[in-house]
Design a binder for this molecule. Structure first.
Ligand SMILES: C[S@@+](CC[C@H](N)C(=O)[O-])C[C@H]1O[C@@H](n2cnc3c(N)ncnc32)[C@H](O)[C@@H]1O
Length: 217
């Protein structure tokens, strides 16, 4: 069985979150084995896959400031899904769609080759214990899968507050012929999420990495 990058957890779903999910309509796409028609879903906008949106606070802020980009936001955590959908409705954003599920399965089964303009992965679970490193999202096979779904010239923006993981991200992506890039200064358009605010309080600096999908001959 494939190793998951998360542990399924229940978490209490508030009434507001449950209502947002129940009334999501077309904002929430079902998991499935069919390739998504992103052109139709996002009315021709270039599309960014956000892997692990958490509560969606960064998702909505970035979507609001870049209405010419479609955001396919994927996470496994139900309360956060409710938050994202609530915020999307509240701000009347039309360029976000959510999927409740494993973003790697979405990439593998529901996205065609070169479908994406880019990928965002902000603060993926760091899995600090050595015996859990195999669960880290940024690993060679996942980097190859995500590269195959990203157009040549497209991007992968990552951020982490876990320095050893930042180093692993660099090692994995630098070793891949499909990605080129490295550490960048913190982009001003990436909002501070609750997760990052905790890291700041605990004196962990964040590292941003920006990689471009290369043409592999
Ligand atoms: C530490 S949280 C960070 C959330 C958010 N990006 C932020 O910056 O606040 C990591 C998130 O990734 C999600 N996650 C982990 N593996 C995932 C996967 N394979 N597909 C989708 N979401 C995943 C978790 O459920 C969790 O919400």
């Amino acid at each position: 069985m494939t190793i998951r990058t998360y542990i399924p957890r229940r978490g209490r779903v508030s009434e507001r979150q449950a209502t947002a999910i129940a009334e999501a309509g077309g904002l929430l796409l079902p998991m499935g084995a069919e390739i998504l028609d992103l052109g139709e879903i996002f009315a021709g906008l270039p599309v960014v896959l956000e892997v692990g949106f958490g509560t969606g606070s960064a998702t909505v802020t970035m979507a609001e400031s870049a209405p010419d980009l479609g955001i396919l936001a994927v996470d496994v955590h139900t309360p956060g899904l409710g938050d994202l959908l609530y915020r999307t409705r509240e701000r009347r954003l039309t360029n976000i769609r959510a999927i409740a599920g494993d973003a790697l399965v979405v990439a593998e089964q529901m996205l065609s080759q070169s479908a994406l303009e880019g990928i965002r992965t902000f603060f993926p679970d760091p899995w600090p214990k050595a015996r859990h490193h195999k669960r880290r999202l940024v690993a060679p096979a996942n980097a190859a899968l995500l590269a195959s779904r990203t157009k040549v010239g497209g991007f992968w923006h990552l951020a982490t507050d876990w320095q050893p993981y930042a180093e692993q991200m660099q090692e994995v992506l630098d070793a891949s012929r499909q990605w080129t890039g490295g550490v960048i200064p913190r982009p001003t358009d990436r909002p501070i999420t609750r997760y990052e605010a905790t890291a700041i309080r605990e004196h962990r600096n964040s590292t941003d990495l920006w990689y471009r999908r290369t043409k592999v001959s």
